[in-house]
Design a protein around this ligand. Structure first.
Ligand SMILES: [Ca+2]
Length: 287
């Protein structure tokens, strides 16, 4: 499975002619604000985006941001996503995700606080889940934004610069782990199943594997010897916690025949054979 795709278009504000492609400057409430496509102060490349609230009405809220609409067909109902960006601001601000129906009735409005920072900073990861069921069916407008805003009574001269947005799916990231054995057909204790079989693992998780210490295949007894991860020997602990899993993988339990592992056993086997012959001879003698 591929690594998650950044679902934000023009995430670093680099492309555009008179304004950054895909981004829209917005003012809410009573704010008086300006928007800049900033070629001087930026985190990456040649451009960032800035908004400055000059003042707001002392009796009402106001805010400013650049927003981007994310096409619904690129998102998954009920999916868990992470949003983050690089920013600097002289006041606290919020990353936001807004889901509304075609009449702009709000379905979901989630936000994530970012403290003031006079130097470019990581916003931290805003993890959120999109609606499901009828709420998802109604969803029409889906926007991401990083907003600076103010409450009534605040004296205002607030600015916020943003760059390098990332929106990607998180919880959907899983890997297939194939559990194998040599010889084949070993009954795993953990996770339960008969090798070869496949389990699904969340990205970054460990898998605890456990197999019987000994098995018998027809007349041959085998002892567990070691694990192989993607063909590379990886210890003999049993059970063993293997991970973190970051890609499709295979885990193989390798057994060796007991006699082959201990050459002295061959002598014992030889002695047993002599003993058997002796018994046969004895039984003849009895007759
Ligand atoms: Ca940039």
């Amino acid at each position: 499975m591929a690594l998650p795709e950044n679902l934000v278009s023009n995430p670093g504000f680099e492309s555009g002619v008179t304004k950054p492609d895909y981004w829209e400057p917005m003012i809410t409430g009573t704010a008086v604000a300006t928007h800049e496509w900033d070629a001087v102060d930026r985190y990456s490349g040649a451009r960032s985006a800035k908004c400055t609230i000059v003042r707001i009405d002392p009796d009402a809220y106001g805010g400013a941001y650049w927003r981007q609409r994310i096409p619904k067909e690129r998102l998954v109902e009920g999916g868990t996503y992470a949003l983050r960006d690089k920013y600097k601001a002289n006041r606290s601000s919020n990353l936001r995700v807004v889901v509304a129906d075609s009449a702009w009735q709000l379905i979901s409005g989630q936000y994530f606080g970012c403290p003031a920072s006079l130097d470019w900073s990581n916003s931290g990861e805003f993890i959120f889940t999109f609606p499901s069921g009828t709420d998802w069916q109604r969803a029409f407008y889906i926007y991401i934004m990083h907003e600076i805003s103010g409450a009534p009574g605040m004296v205002f001269d607030a600015w916020l610069s943003v760059d390098d947005f990332e929106l990607y799916r998180t919880a959907a990231l899983t890997w297939n782990v194939t559990l194998e054995s040599s010889p084949t057909g070993v009954q795993f204790v953990q996770p339960p199943g008969t090798a070869p079989f496949t389990v699904t693992v969340m990205d970054g998780e460990n898998v605890t594997v456990e197999v019987p210490r000994e098995i018998q295949v027809e007349t041959v007894r085998y002892s567990f010897n070691h694990w192989e991860i993607n063909g590379v020997e990886d210890g003999s602990a049993n059970p063993s916690s293997i991970g973190p899993i970051r890609a499709d993988s295979s885990i193989r339990a390798v057994y060796l025949p007991r006699a082959a592992a201990l050459p002295t056993l061959l002598i014992l086997v030889g002695a047993a054979a002599c003993f058997s012959i002796g018994l046969v001879a004895l039984s003849f003698a009895k007759r």
